[in-house]
Structure formats: C-alpha cells, structure tokens
Design a protein around this ligand. Structure first.
Ligand code: NOJ
Ligand code: MG
Length: 564
C-alpha cells in the first residue's frame, strides 16, 4: 500500500501504520540535549558525532525515538533556541553531513529522529533581523518581526508593559541606521530572540520551507518550541503581570494576549498537511505550556498536531490523589479528540524530577537551585523519582525521557553562580538561577576524564563529583540500579503493550496508593508514609526498589504486578 510512496521518498525506512496505530501513539521518546550528551572533539561541548557514537545506548535502553534540542547555527544566547540559520548546523555541533549521518545511523538502528523547530523567534543574528535593523522603520524587512514605535513624547517608553519570560521588559529599543534612538522590537524571551510576526505570509512560507528541508532529509518529526506563542492578540493589548510559564492560560481566567491565541491553530493545520505528504507517519509535537488539559487538546485535534507535552502531569506532586486527578483529566481531554496522551517528568527547562521529589510534596520550588538555597533530600528524591517513572511507563500513551534520568541524575544544585549560562540568571537580575543545573554533561564512565562525556576533562558546565557513582558503566549490568530498572521497565512496557493499552482505575486500596490496571498489568504506587499489604496472589513483575518483605509495598515504591 505504501511502497510507492516509500520509493518516492527515501527519507524514512519506516512503514506507515493503519490510522490509529501510528508509532507516536505509544512511543517512548528520549530527549538528547546536544550540548550535554556526548562530546567527540574534546572542546567541552557535546556534538553530533558524539551523539552518533552513543546511539547504541538508546537501543540498549529500549526507547523508540530521540528528540534533539536545536543544533542549528546560533550564537547560543539561549543554548541554541536562538537560531540564526535553520538550514545549517552550528560548527560547535558539526555540519550538515553529520546531521544526515545521524539520521541515517539512527534509522539503521530502528530509532526515529525528531528535531526541534523554533518558530516563535529567530536569533538577532538571523539575516532577516539584520536586514530589519539595516532597513529602518516602515519597510517590509521590519514587517517580519514585531517592531513598534515607543510611547512617550519621544518614543522613549516601550509600546506596552509585556515582560520577558526570562525577566525584564519584553521590548528593546534599537538604534536606527542614522544613529538616532528608534523603534522597539518584541522579544518574549531573551533580547537576542526577536519574535516573528506570524500574520506575515513570508514568515508562514519560510517555516513550511524549513519543515520540508528537514523532512526531505529524513527527520521523523518536529518538536515545536513555544507552540502556544506564535500569534499575539491584535493590537498587542496591555498585560502587565509577571510571567510564569504554566499559568494564566486557564480558560476560566483571562489569557495573556501572547499565549494560546486562536490564530495558532490555522498554522498547525497547514503544518499537518505538509507532514502528511511525507511517508512514514511523521510527528508534530507541541511544546505548549497551556493548562488545563482541555485547552491543550485543541492543539492535537485531528487535523492539527499529533502530540503535545503534558506539563500538567510534569508539575503534579508525588501524591496519589493529585496524580489520579491529572491522569484522568489528561486521558479524558485527549480521548475526546482522538489523540494519545503523553507523559513527561523532566526536560532541559525544569528541575530534574529526582530533585523535585526530594522536597516535601507541594513545596513551591525556585527556578533553579543554588548552593545557598534549601537542598533536597537526594536519596528520598531518587526513590520517589524511580517510583514516579514506573507510574509513567505504566500509563497508556507516549512517554518522554530526558537524558540522564535513566541514570537517576539529580539536578546540580550547587553550581557556582559564575559559571551559569542561562540568560534567566542575568535577565532576572540574579533573582532566578535558571536551568543550567539540569543541563550538566552526562557521566558515562566513572574513571574517564569528564566521566566519559568527551575525550578531555573539558565540560561546558562542571559535573558534580557525586556523579561518578552514577556513571553508566557503574550501573550497567547491576540489577536494581536505576539504569537497569529503566531498561527492565521499558522492556516490560513493550512486552505488555502498555503504550497501546487502556487505563482502568482499581478501587479498594488506601487513599495514598495509586492503583490502576493497564491490560494484564496492575500498577500500584505507594505515595504514603507507611507500607501497605500487596493483594494475595499477585506476581510482582517489576519494582522500583527491592521488596524486602515479600507481600508488602513499602512507602515511595511502585510495582507492576500480574494477578493470578
Ligand atoms: C522553550 C525551550 O524549551 C527553552 O529552552 C527556550 O528557552 C524557550 N522555549 C525559548 O525558545
Ligand atoms: Mg564538541
């Protein structure tokens, strides 16, 4: 049925599935953060040849696909989320031939490759923005971005009070080509990330062309950065609140005029049609910090995107009733539009979950932790993280894994402030430490320089000494290690087809126990303080910790069991 299409498009070796059974409905997708995964040339920054050399790790781990954070030409003002050329690889990561080789090798190993697309803003070093500055006000070059005259007698005040997500105002004033102070441009993120104007047809056409560029090269899909931010309310109406990513989008409250506007959906309908032209079930994934799940569901209606990250799940504390609520709401919302639910616990923007869970449930945590902040209970955090991971892998739908969580890596919570690189730290005037602590290079080998991250001891952020014991080669082959627990869970998830399953809540357990059935597997997670009895006659398939007393489920442990 699909052979003709496959011949015409050599970009993917994967066959197409019947509608409703596409790979992404149940896939486990591993996020590679290129700067920090594997460094081939010893410059301390990870790169594409490094990633290629470590791909067999993903096969051994048992995931279906990898998602790569941006590797495009960029001044790296926001670690590559500031793109200067969407069709070229930054020399720090390699070149286009490396990207092609990465896709080829991944496909050969049976792994799909999802790349990141950053459509809300470009780098200020993108040729379009340079042209916009050079051309001066009023011309078509400026019309691709959101340039406005300032308020006040001499235009000395910003056009409105919108704030940048990273802190400070969302507007910066430019100097015009004739040397006079001039217009202002909008940047919801760093000053080096000017927002594009998505009402401009040139912007729309350019991104369709960029999608095609990577689809033609065999990319299996895209993770869409700030998918809820592209369209701004007409007239850029006033909104003078501080921003937090996951707030204010609730339909019951008024939405900020730059998040989750109706106009984004038309863009994604067009992107859906483009992706559908390609063989092999390419996937479009929204990064949209939108709440509640019923709002998110609107991004994954039948003719729009395929998946969206579930940040409502990510922010849920380790408490059975909260988990039950968010899981139910997520499944209901996605079922209503025929999309798979996704689950995620960590990524490159949030405190790693083994650190979050090291604080009492419900603690309001800062954006980044420094040496003088309250520190987590590391052992408890890891125990709960492992239990939470078994809950996540036990749920039907698709799950995302962030590099290093399979090793149980915690956040680096004592990073010296003078090595921080996240623009959040500077833009918030040192109020928020930001995201460097979850971006520290991965430890692969305990006794190698940079713990095997690269051939030298150079790492763009320092690795904590305690990570030596968490290195992959320390855990590999050791039953009960975090790594082997992830592997066993992913293998069992595949064997029992949990990704394609249905969830059924199970009653009769204490309120602190989350209990559900997915196919023939019973998942029990004890979020309470006391051990509870396991039911009679169950066979434990997998546990997040060794069970010392056979018929007891200890606190902060999850088991997968089979009823006999
Ligand atoms: C979301 C990305 O995940 C984050 O790392 C980045 O800073 C912002 N979008 C801006 O591109
Ligand atoms: Mg390198």
């Amino acid at each position: 049925m699909t052979s003709e299409i496959l011949q015409a498009d050599a970009g993917t070796p994967f066959p197409e599935a019947e509608p409703g059974h596409e790979w992404w409905r149940s896939a486990v997708i591993y996020q590679v953060y290129p700067r920090s995964w594997a460094d081939s040339d010893g410059d301390g920054v990870g790169d594409l040849p490094g990633i290629i050399s470590r791909l067999p790790h993903l096969v051994e781990l048992g995931v279906d696909a990898l998602w790569l954070s941006p590797f495009y030409v960029s001044p790296q003002a926001d670690a590559g989320y500031d793109v200067a050329d969407y069709r070229a690889v930054d020399p720090v990561f390699g070149d286009l031939a490396d990207a092609d080789e990465l896709v080829r090798r991944a496909h050969e190993l049976g792994l799909r490759v999802v790349v990141d697309i950053v459509p809300n803003h470009t780098s200020d070093e993108h040729e379009w923005f340079r042209a916009a500055l050079a051309a001066g006000p009023g011309g078509p070059e400026r019309a691709r971005y959101l340039f406005r005259d300032g308020l006040g007698e001499h235009g000395e005040l910003p056009p409105n009070s919108w704030r940048s997500v990273f802190g400070g105002p969302a507007w910066t004033r430019v100097t015009e080509p004739d040397g006079t102070p001039g217009q202002w441009y909008l940047h919801l993120f760093d000053v080096k990330q000017p927002d594009l104007d998505w009402t401009n047809p040139q912007v729309r056409a350019e991104f369709v062309s960029i999608l095609r560029f990577w689809l033609d090269r065999g990319a299996d899909g895209f993770r869409i950065d700030v998918a809820h931010g592209l369209v701004k309310a007409p007239g850029l109406p006033e909104w003078d609140h501080e921003l937090e990513l996951l707030e204010g989008s609730d339909a019951r409250f008024s939405r900020p005029p730059f998040w989750d506007q109706e106009g984004v959906h038309e863009i994604y309908r067009e992107w859906h049609r483009v992706a559908a032209e390609y063989a092999g079930d390419r996937v479009l994934v929204a990064e949209a910090w939108v709440d509640p799940p019923s709002r998110i569901a609107r991004y994954v209606r039948e003719d729009e995107l395929h998946q969206s990250f579930n940040f409502s799940y990510l922010v849920t504390p380790w408490r059975a009733d909260d988990l039950r609520t968010v899981v139910t709401a997520s499944l209901e919302a996605m079922d209503a539009v025929g999309a798979p639910t996704t689950w995620v616990l960590s990524n490159h923007d949030v405190l790693r979950h083994s650190t979050r869970f090291g604080f009492p449930p419900g603690t309001k945590l800062p954006n980044g932790i420094g040496a003088d902040d309250p520190q987590p209970d590391v052992a408890l955090g890891l125990r709960r993280a492992r239990a939470a991971t078994l809950v996540m892998f036990g749920l039907p739908g698709s799950a995302y894994v962030y590099q290093g969580e399979e090793l149980g890596l915690p956040e680096h919570t004592t990073l010296p402030d003078d090595v921080r690189q996240d623009p959040t730290w500077v833009r918030s005037a040192n109020e928020h430490r930001g995201r460097d602590g979850c971006r520290v290079p991965i430890p692969w080998e305990a006794d190698a320089p940079s713990y095997g991250f690269g051939p030298t001891s150079a790492t763009w952020l320092p690795q904590p000494e305690a990570w030596r014991e968490l290195a992959l080669d320390v855990q590999r082959g050791v039953p009960g290690s975090t790594y082997e627990t992830y592997r066993a869970a992913l293998a069992a998830r595949r064997e029992h087809r949990l990704g394609e399953g249905r969830l059924q809540w199970v009653d009769g357990y204490p309120a602190d126990v989350l209990a559900f059935r997915n196919g023939d597997v019973l998942v029990l997670a004890n979020t309470g303080a006391a051990a509870v009895a396991l039911p009679d006659g169950v066979e434990v398939l997998l546990a997040s910790e060794p069970l010392n007393v056979a018929d007891q489920l200890p606190a902060d442990v999850t088991v997968w069991a089979r009823e006999r």
